[in-house]
Every structure is written in structure tokens, then in C-alpha cells.
Ligand binder design. Sequence first.
Ligand code: SAM
Ligand code: SF4
Ligand code: SF4
Length: 358
Amino acid sequence: MPSPDTPDAAAVPDGALPLRDALGRPLRDLRVSITDRCNFRCTYCMPRERFAANDAFLPRSSLLSFEEIRRLASAFVRHGVRKIRLTGGEPLLRKDVERLVAMLAELRTPGGQPVELSLTTNGSLLARKAVALKAAGLQRVTVSLDALDDAVFRRMNDVDFPVAEVLRGIEAAQRAGLAPVKVNTVVQRGVNEAQVPAIVKHFRGTGVVPRFIESMDVGGAQWHRDQVVPSAELLQRLQQAHVLVPVAPAHRGETARRWMHADGCGEIGFISSVTQAFCGDCSRARLSADGQMYLCLFGRRGVDLRGPVRDGTTDAGLSERIAAAWQQRADRYSELRGTAAAARLIPIRPVAMHYIGG
Ligand code: SAM
Ligand code: SF4
Ligand code: SF4
């Protein structure tokens, strides 16, 4: 968790006062889901029994076009967003994604700075796309990788996709300069927890940063708290084989707690959304593939931005809509998880992760 004396990125002068929500949190990050479709059926995200039929997905016409995404992203940047992450579904499935990256790379903050542009992918198409993405202006990628063991990996993606191809994608991203490449592993008790030491060993000394995520109650799959492997437990296990020292957060709102190999051979991170919620510094807004703004991963419903974009609303009108939504934001679901208040917040079926982006 960031310490109280961590520099507040919101305080950095760059020409605009960031918007603050009802709990005083600035708007700094935007995650954009550019498709709700995916070529994987990860059991914790898009279980195949719920995501078999085509009608489980948005029709093409309801997706935001690249021009619409750029227009909205630009409105968010005027309100203080400094980092944009493309996600999904699987963002590399969206045709000509490089063209969107190039369009977003042209955005400038009111102070004239480019925004940080990154992308989260399952890595299946990364070996083919890494060079083009870098050339278009992408800075970094995060690759999801739940196991190194091929059989476990194929079981978890549930489409029999080989792990070797994702590892090739990670290497291609590194060679292309999309660095530092981060690797996200969602750890589930009894499913892939035994993979964690192998993942740490594999990436030690490579510059790739593995991060272990507590599995969350989002999206399409059944979730039980006993599936969660607490980060503290993982850390303790890893410390039996590695000397790890904590790294201070680089900025407020950092989701991962970072640790470094004491011999300088790299870093690992823990994203403890369940056992150590970090809502207090959450500066993330999300834009779904069909243009709904979500204020929290566990948001009940989105604020429609596609309608106004298509109705010819002016830039000022769009800005007002975004500002009004953010200023009312009091979401902090992970801090409330397990309480009666949280139970009231979550609709019967939570919004799926692939729809608003992880
Ligand atoms: N398809 C891309 C991928 O897998 O990287 C991007 C979208 S995916 C929804 C984004 C991230 O959300 C992935 O790292 C994935 O592992 C994570 N995720 C999905 N469901 C999750 C869950 N139930 N708990 C924690 N993380 C989850
Ligand atoms: Fe697809 Fe990513 Fe969800 Fe897996 S986690 S099903 S790769 S969107
Ligand atoms: Fe942010 Fe909501 Fe996650 Fe809390 S639960 S960290 S407010 S997205």
C-alpha cells in the first residue's frame, strides 16, 4: 500500500487540475475495453458454459469505433487521465488495433505531454503483433500467464492453447522494446498455486516482472473465497527460496505491492485485491467496448457515453458528463467486500470482467 508520504501523481503540475471524486481520489487512469470477445475461455473469467454462443457478445455495431474511442479518451485526458490501458476481451483480436494505438499515441495532456499507453493481452497473438504495436507508439504490455506447465495452462485457458506460444509473445515484446513486460498470474487454490515458484524462477534475471493476483469475484465464473490464495501466504512461500526486499511504490494508486530480488535479479509484485484492498487510492475509470463508463470494476451500471458521442454532443457536453459521474463516485467495493453494504452494491450478476476490462 502506498505510504502517506508517497508523491501524489495528481500533484504533478501539467496544465490541468485533476477531477476529484467524492472521496477525494483523482481521475488518472483509463482502461478501455476494445472488444468483449476473446479466443480463450479462462475458467475464472469466461467459463465456456456461459460464453459458448455468439449472442453472449456485443454486436459489431454497438462497439465504439476507433474515432469514437479517441474522442472519449481525449475528453478523459483533459480531465486528468495520464495513463491509458487497452484491454478487453482480447484486445489484439480487434482488427487494426495498431491504428488505434497510433491515434491514442498522438493525445497530449493540457501541459503538452504524451499519455502513457499500455495494453493487457493473453499473449496469443503477441509474437505476430509486438513490432507493429511498438512502432505505433505502444509503450508497455502486460501478458496474462497462469501457468508454465503446458497441461495446466491448456486446462486454464480451456481452448487447448499452448504455453510456448505465449512465451514466444513475451520474448517478442521484450525484443520490440515494450518494456518492462509484466506478467499477470491469477492464482487459484489447488489449480495453479504450485506454478508460482516456477514462474518466479523462470523470469528471474530476464527483466520480465511477474505479478500474482488474488482471484476476484468479478465476471462470469462462480467464486468462493476459499479459492483465493492470499498474497501474504505466497510471499512467505517464495521467501523460503528467495531473498526478497520490499520496493517503495513509485506513485500513489499503484495496484501491486512490489518486491525485489536482493541480488538485483529483478522484481515481483502482488495484487491483493481481496485481502488488502487498495480502493483508497483507486484512480481508474473504465470504458466498456460499447462506450459505457464504469467507476469501479464492481460498478452496478455504466454511464452511457456512446449515446452522446453519436448524438453529436459537443466536447464540452461530453466533458461535463464525465465530470459529473466522477465527482459523485464513492465506490470502494473491495474495501467493503463481505459486508452487508457490499452485498447491496453488487447486482445479481456482476458486470463481466471481459466487458469492462481487467
Ligand atoms: N484478455 C486479456 C488478458 O487476459 O490479459 C485482457 C483482458 S483480461 C479480463 C484482464 C486481466 O484480468 C487478466 O490479467 C486476467 O487474468 C484478469 N482477470 C480476469 N478475471 C479475473 C478474476 N476473476 N480475478 C482476478 N483477475 C481476473
Ligand atoms: Fe480472455 Fe483475458 Fe478473460 Fe482469459 S482473462 S478469458 S484471456 S479476457
Ligand atoms: Fe477501484 Fe473498485 Fe477495485 Fe476498489 S473495488 S480498487 S474502487 S475498481
